[in-house]
Design a binder for this molecule. Structure first.
Ligand code: MSP
Length: 516
């Protein structure tokens, strides 16, 4: 029998420090945080890495354009990323920076190893370079106007002598790898996209930049006139964080790695990174999970386009956990979604304030006022009670199915349906009327008990997405703060509930901010 996987390793991209954390970055980071919580609830100890990508032309240009010292500039932005994620309660274990001396040593080791094995050669190259992408684009990649399709800028023509990683040697191995491992890239459409990209000839990867052009990078160990191409440098982070190439390398943890990225950097991960790992004789990543983009006004959010949504400001204005819920419920994973404030506000009001928030306060108010302690006998449950209770397991199953199929939206939808089902049950059972009738005291206990069991399940199931609200629910039901740390805490057949004094106020209704 296969032993269940007890550890896992998940990563976000290392974000460039030429921009401050925005909604696009936070989506991937929030998703990874949710996956970590989801797995840990199921007994899988999960190491979560995020961090910053700090070398390269873009960063150097940005620091210079602000008249700043590059190191001071990257320190400041890296801290901003770390602080933002911390303030948002994101549970990363490793905050990785590519300017860390250990990273630099490991990158130089990788370069030297590949050079010694004849995987790196020196040659002249001419091509179209997009500074935004920090890579050469092929003729088929530019759009009809000759522009980079992601940055809408004309790539520069560059001709220079550089070092190349002989990526083309791995062309067939890449095809075989992605054909054989159906889960290597998910959702499936992106695996197909890479397989069709691999139908064209595969070039070699330019992995150096002459120092006349760029000094802000990792010096090549075999030629001090060059620094390392930023992607070659940055991608190695994932591996180095597991201890590679040292004696302490945790290769078992490495073997579980899932990279969470958006489609803009799929090629770098699927092609460059996989080939690099093959050349280093390290097992390629277990899985790439690829999302679409968050769009604002129909285009990808970006600093240069001035349509940036700041995650922390959103949470401060609209309440903790609300952004997590909205982003995961709204995006159909793998496709693009459009962020609008109006949808965000509507989502908070419909599902959080009027949904779970209202349900909890409604049930809790009646229970506190009339009962305080809830006690009932299993034998007194009616068919209608059992019907609602049985939905708890169904919801948990649908929830887990959504996670395993990367259809997070479906998980959240089925959870919202359980909120609605419980609301309808309250409407039907009318506990407020039972409370007024002295002959219905026992029935009232049962009805409230059924609602509390359902609320407990709702709290336990949603905990990876709404960790703060889940903790408040656990507290209100006197279950102990950490009760939902294990998924088994969600569905229990309790016949006794102690209620705490305060009525939990989970989510407030919010209003569309007035245009300034
Ligand atoms: N530094 C490289 C990654 C190196 S990884 C070794 C990079 N950085 S980035 O700052 O541009 O981040 C890109 C990633 O941020 C995307 O792949 C995605 O995870 C996230 N997002 C940034 N903007 C986004 C949207 N508008 N929508 C969704 N996610 C986006 O590329």
């Amino acid at each position: 029998m296969a032993t269940p996987q007890s550890r896992s390793y998940i990563t976000t991209p290392l974000y460039y420090v030429n921009a401050r954390p925005h909604l696009g970055h936070s989506y991937t980071t929030i998703l990874a945080d949710t996956i970590k919580r989801h797995r840990e609830q199921r007994g899988i100890q999960t190491t979560f890495l995020t961090g910053t990508d700090e070398h390269g032309e873009k960063i150097e240009q940005m620091a210079k354009s602000q008249g700043r010292d590059t190191r001071e500039f990257v320190d400041e932005v890296a801290n901003d990323f770390r602080d933002t994620w911390q303030k948002m309660g994101l549970s990363f274990d490793i905050f990785y920076r590519t300017t860390d001396p250990n990273h630099i040593r490991a990158v130089q080791h990788a370069l030297q190893t590949l050079k010694d094995r004849g995987e790196i050669v020196f040659r002249e190259y001419e091509g179209k370079y997009c500074v935004g992408c920090e890579r050469f684009l092929t003729d088929t990649e530019v759009n009809a106007d000759g522009l980079c399709p992601d940055h809408l800028k004309k790539p520069e023509n560059r001709k220079e002598s550089n070092y190349f990683f002989l990526m083309s040697r791995y062309h067939q191995a890449l095809i075989d790898h992605f054909e054989k491992n159906r889960n290597a890239i998910r959702p499936e459409q992106f695996r197909q996209e890479m397989l069709s990209f691999l139908k064209q000839p595969l070039g070699d990867l330019c992995i150096s930049r002459p120092k006349e052009r760029l000094t802000w990078g990792i010096e090549l160990p075999f030629d001090s006139n060059f620094v390392t191409y930023v992607w070659f440098d940055a991608l190695l982070n994932y591996l180095v964080a597991t201890g590679w190439p040292g004696a302490q390398w945790d290769s078992n943890l490495w073997a579980t790695v899932n990279h969470f990225i958006a489609k803009d950097i799929l090629k770098a991960h699927a092609i460059y990174w996989t080939a690099m790992l093959m050349a280093l004789q390290v097992k390629p990543a277990q899985e790439l999970q690829v999302s679409g983009w968050w769009l604002v006004d129909g285009t990808k959010m970006s600093k240069s386009l001035g349509n940036v949504v700041r995650p922390l400001e959103m949470e401060e204005k609209f309440g903790r956990d609300t952004l997590r819920f909205y982003l995961l419920r709204e995006m159909s994973y793998g496709s693009d979604s459009t962020f609008t404030l109006e949808n965000y506000v509507n989502c908070i009001n419909a599902y959080l304030a009027n949904g779970i928030g209202n349900l909890v306060s409604r049930v809790y108010t009646i229970a506190k006022k009339n009962l305080g302690v809830v006690d009932f006998a299993e034998a007194d449950l009616t068919d209608a009670d059992r019907r609602l209770l049985s939905l708890r397991t169904k919801t948990r199953e649908a929830w887990d199915q959504g996670f395993s199929e990367l259809k997070y939206q479906n998980s959240l939808k089925s959870w919202c349906e359980l909120v609605t089902a419980c609301d309808l049950y309250v409407n039907e059972m009318k506990p407020w009327a039972l409370a007024k009738d002295p002959t219905q005291k026992e029935r009232l206990q049962v009805v409230i008990g059924v609602c509390l069991r359902t609320i407990q399940a709702l709290g336990g199931i949603i905990a990876p997405v709404l960790p703060n609200a889940a903790r408040e629910i656990a507290n209100a039901l006197h279950l102990g703060e950490n009760h939902f740390d294990q998924i088994e805490g969600a569905i229990e057949d309790r016949t006794h509930f102690d209620l705490r004094d305060e009525i939990p106020k989970l989510f407030m209704r919010v209003q569309m901010p007035q245009a300034e």
